[in-house]
Design a protein around this ligand. Sequence first.
Ligand SMILES: [Zn+2]
Ligand SMILES: [Zn+2]
Length: 384
Amino acid sequence: MITQELLDLVACPTCLEPDGCAACARAQATTAARPEEYAARAGCACGGPDKPRLEARADALRCPCCGVVYALRVADGFVDLTPRADVGAVTQYADHEFHERLHVTDAPPVLSARVKADMMRRLLRPTAGERVLDLGCGAGKFALYAGRDGARASGVDVAPFFLERATRELGLVLGDLRRLPLRKGSFPKAYTLDVLEHLDEAGVREVLLEARRVIGPSGRLFVYTHAMESSRLARFQRGVNRLARRLGRAGLIDHEREAMRKSDHVNAIRSHEHFDELCAGAGLRVSERRYYNVVFKALVEDLGLRLFEQWRRRRRAGASAAASPTTSSGAPRTVGARPPGRLALGVALVLTWFLKLDVVLFGGIRTGPFFGLLTPSPSRPERA
Ligand SMILES: [Zn+2]
Ligand SMILES: [Zn+2]
């Protein structure tokens, strides 16, 4: 959805305005011709310069600084503000076929996805009327959920495969998180779920820096990602995963989707101290952190439910083969992207409460996956 409000908040992804402190001010606006120049100015201790507003054209937006014309894809429901300059490798989530195989629906998130979404709501507390930004929103499933209490949710993603409902209900921007095409302080609350692990270290630094500008001096950023470390409890999860892989090889579990999701992980965050450093470099600090030791999730979601799903799939395949051996036309059919029925959703929500015990019981035990609430560091006073 492209609203006037969104058009007032967007900016050129790669240009910076001339204004700044003594260290980062320039005589005129600067473009992305030199990435080092961009990094130095955007990362200035003062909070960095703002990005230039875009001039409205008939069906496009034009940057007054670099002259690039960006498309308003009205029929598709989003603004295309992808940087024209190369800013680094892009995740395979931007591949259409890969995205299709994830089978995303607009049903509310359940199970571990719901645990993450509810931690976001608990720490970020988006309220009615407030603007909230989903950084790396994918199809828009979480942003739809974030907006359900009246918060005005928007999303940015590098891939244009948005849910139909998302294009009607969310402000959507096609863009790169390392060059966020949004003005300073435009979204006082933002979050990023399952995204940072897909970026290299330079990418993580850039995303944090860009997010810092967009949330402004008193904003909040919620993060869910993981550091490359693990608690003793994680051994249990690894044991369950090993068992799941064996059952996958035996055809009792569909292991493919989970493997697909993880196949794109770069895992640049080495430890929690390393993440603290990356945050400090971007002018942020971790003001709250909870860990995600997945004991109940491993048992319920990774093992129990997948065994159940595979069993059901086989039973269905058997039943349809027996019932209608002559109706097959041979044409390929899309399966799996159907939203869950009421009963399935109800059961999943009950199981979700069970999964929340992982955070309630083990949230204080240091391990790799974590939820963090990031706030601008007080050591970096904002330029007026
Ligand atoms: Zn400065
Ligand atoms: Zn520009």
